[in-house]
Structures are given as structure tokens and as C-alpha cells.
Design a protein around this ligand. Structure first.
Ligand code: PLP
Length: 407
């Protein structure tokens, strides 16, 4: 496959504001005037290009951001939403009707798991949860009524790497759509180029990178985005999780520094994970040779962006995890907080936070230890001293003695 440079695709965008502003103007209007009544009807029918109707449908500021995302993903089109969950739920509900079926990775973000496991029951949409690395079990789970295979490029929080090209082959063989959440690995992975039909994001995380808002995106074909926004039966149009244009415009500015941030997140996470591993602390990071899918990640990635900013360590119990996290916060390693992709390091105990929707027996079955601390490694300019502090705390908490590597 030809190399793909998402950063240059974004760099080349030319969006000017009124009066020649270097940033596009923010459109803070919910509705738009028409000179002729006929034009309005044609726009409702979706027949007019470049006309805006009502901001729940399209807004110029949202369109600029959507264009940037489509450029980054190399998809025909994109749509931006008020949260990552809105992107995931709208895309799935657009693809599935009552009586349909979804095959999903059992390890996904807890909110996604809860939607698939608990919420879709209302619509009699069935879901099979599989180990996404076991391609035979993925294929065996596909049924006549399956509409979607769903996964995350690098799963939350187990950091399992999805073999997107192989999953795409399975999806194509059975005429179903492959939908991939690329929240952990923007620019690092290009799921649509690897064969995914639809790519979704929580832009709340790395893409925005500032933790000042919640937002999401759906990237796909022109046809799919038109379907989502259809005034008669488009899920995004009718459920209405529209992103505020003020937020769109600030995310658009932040996306222009995403390539630099991803490189630094990855560089720091690689450094920290190596130091943790050298000290025999059970660490999981796709950039380590000890990671079970290190080779696969290396084959799929855009190498210049590294292996991402997410890693985890296993402290075995939630009590140990809490003690360690409190010390790390006190000693300025970062913040004890959920979410990720921030310029400061964030850490949380997944089993009791962002994966608490996953029942405990399922957590144990998939290898999610109660003491797993997920780190979103920040943009520290002196990662050596941050690592040293973390190692000192791990030593003081007795973690260095544990030599087992957990996944
Ligand atoms: N996808 C992943 C991988 C996530 O980690 C999250 C949130 O943590 C979401 C989706 C949901 O995104 P949001 O909180 O923006 O709705």
C-alpha cells in the first residue's frame, strides 16, 4: 500500500474566513435565509450543493471540520457529532434495524460495551461479543442477519490491536460493514485505508487534545454521510446530536497540531513503557516487543507517529492501584482522571471507571485485572524525570517485586 500522510492532507487544507481571515469564520446561526421558496424545498430534498438549511443538518463550521477529518482519514466524507458516543450510536443505528445482528470485540470502551450489551436490546438488535484477535471466532459469529463487525483499532483498555485488513476481508466475504473506532490512534492508523467502511472517533481525546469539550466524528462514503443526514430517516439528523459550531472551530485549529502531539505522546509512552519493563513492572504497550500484537501494530501503522500514548500497568488489586494513583497525582506525574489524549498524563483504574459497565466476571474472563491502571501519557518535555518519579513510587508501593507480565 502506498504510504499515506494524514498530516500533509490536513496541512494542505485552505479554509479562509470572511475578510481573508486565516481561520474560517464561525457561523453562529441556527438557520439560513433563502431568496426563493423553491430553493428551500430543493435543499430539503438534498438536491442543492453548498446551501445551508438549518444547523442541526449542516453548519459551515461543522463542514470545515468534517472536511478536515475526511482528509485525515482519506474517506469521501465525514460528519461531526456532539460526543464520541453520539458518533458510535448514530452510525450503528443507521446501519441496523430491528432483527439485525452485530459482531463486536468484547473489549471496547465501557460506554460502547453498555450500548451494545444493554441498550440495543430495546430494538431487538442482537450482539455477539468475540475476542477480536481470534479471526476464526469473528467469522464464526457472523450470521445471516449480521450487519456490522465492530472494533477499536487499539482496544480500550486492553490495547489489543485489531487486524483491520483481515477483519475487512471477513466483512467483505459476508457483505457486512466493518466499523472501527480509531480514538486511541488518530494518524497512527488509517482504518479506512486498511479496509474499514466506517471510522468513528471520540474527538474529546487526542484529536482535540485539550479536554475542554466533548465531541465525535463519523468518517465514511458520501452515500453513508448523506444517509445519516437525510431529513426523512437519517439517524444523525433525527436524533440530533449536532456539534456546536464554536466547538467545531476550536477543534479545527487543534487538529492542525495533532501530528506533532501524536509523535510526542508516542515518544513519551515508548520511553516510559521501556523503563517500566526494565524494572519488571507488568506493563502493556504496543510499542514493546513483549506486546502480543507488536508486529501486527508495526505492519499496520504510519511509522512516523509511533505506537500511541496509551499504556497500562497491572498492580493486581484496586487498592494498590488507588494508592499508587494518589501518590502519582501528589507528586505531579499527572492527574487521577478518566479520559485521554490530554497534554498532561492522566491515569485511572479501568475496572472501576471507564470499564465499570463491563461486569466483573467478563472483566476477569477477558483478562482485565482489577488493578489495571490505564495511562494516557502526556506531552512532558522531560519524560525522563516523570518516569523516574513513577518508578520511585512503584518501588515504594512494592510493585517492582512483581515480575509477572499480565495482559
Ligand atoms: N471511544 C473510545 C475508545 C473512548 O475511550 C470513549 C470515551 O472514553 C468513547 C468512544 C466515547 O467518547 P465520548 O466520551 O466523547 O462520548
Amino acid at each position: 500500500m502506498a504510504t499515506f500522510d494524514p498530516a500533509t492532507h490536513i496541512q494542505k487544507l485552505r479554509h479562509f474566513g470572511e475578510f481573508g481571515g486565516v481561520n474560517p469564520s464561525i457561523t453562529d446561526s441556527s438557520t439560513y435565509t433563502f431568496l426563493h421558496g423553491d430553493d428551500m424545498f430543493e435543499t430539503f430534498l438534498g438536491h442543492t450543493q453548498g446551501c445551508f438549511l438549518y444547523s442541526r443538518h449542516w453548519n459551515p463550521s461543522n463542514k470545515y471540520l468534517a472536511d478536515a477529518l475526511a482528509a485525515m482519514e482519506d474517506t469521501e466524507s465525514a460528519w461531526v457529532t456532539a460526543s464520541g458516543m453520539a458518533a458510535i450510536t448514530c452510525a450503528l443505528l443507521q446501519l441496523c434495524n430491528t432483527g439485525d445482528h452485530i459482531v463486536t470485540s468484547v473489549t471496547t470502551y465501557g460506554g460502547t460495551f453498555a450500548f451494545l450489551k444493554n441498550y440495543l436490546k430495546k430494538f431487538q438488535i442482537d450482539v455477539s461479543f468475540v475476542n477480536i484477535s481470534n479471526l476464526e471466532s469473528v467469522e464464526a459469529a457472523v450470521q445471516k442477519n449480521t450487519k456490522v463487525i465492530y472494533t477499536e483499532s487499539v482496544t480500550n483498555p486492553l490495547l489489543q490491536v485489531s487486524d483491520i485488513p483481515k477483519l475487512a476481508e471477513i466483512a467483505k466475504r459476508h457483505g457486512v460493514k466493518l466499523m472501527v473506532d480509531n480514538t486511541f490512534t488518530p494518524m497512527i492508523m488509517a482504518p479506512a485505508r486498511l479496509g474499514a467502511d466506517i471510522v468513528v472517533y471520540s474527538m474529546t481525546k487526542f484529536i482535540n487534545g485539550k479536554n475542554d469539550c466533548v465531541a465525535g466524528a463519523i468518517c465514511g462514503t458520501d452515500q453513508f454521510i448523506h444517509e445519516l443526514s437525510n431529513v426523512n430517516d437519517g439517524t444523525a439528523m433525527l436524533l440530533g446530536p449536532v456539534l456546536d459550531p464554536l466547538r467545531s472551530s476550536s477543534i479545527l485549529k487543534n487538529i492542525h497540531t495533532l501530528h506533532l502531539r501524536m509523535k510526542q505522546h508516542s515518544k513519551n509512552a515508548q520511553y516510559l513503557s521501556e523503563k517500566l519493563e526494565e524494572s519488571n513492572i507488568p506493563v502493556n504497550y504496543p510499542g514493546l516487543k513483549s506486546h502480543p500484537q507488536h508486529k501486527l501494530h508495526s505492519q499496520l501503522m504510519n511509522p512516523e507517529f509511533g505506537y500511541g500514548g496509551m499504556l497500562s500497568i497491572d498492580t493486581e488489586t484496586v487498592q494498590k492501584a488507588n494508592a499508587l494513583m494518589q501518590k502519582m497525582q501528589e507528586q505531579d506525574v499527572g492527574y487521577l482522571a478518566v479520559s485521554l489524549g490530554y497534554f498532561k498524563t492522566l491515569f485511572s483504574c479501568s475496572g472501576t471507571s471507564t470499564s465499570s459497565e463491563v461486569p466483573e466476571d467478563v472483566q476477569r474472563e477477558i483478562g482485565l485485572s482489577g488493578g489495571l491502571i490505564r495511562f494516557s501519557v502526556g506531552l512532558d518535555s522531560d519524560i525522563a524525570s516523570t518516569s523516574e518519579t513513577i518508578l520511585q513510587i512503584c518501588k515504594a508501593e512494592g510493585l517492582v517485586k512483581m515480575a509477572k507480565v499480565h495482559r
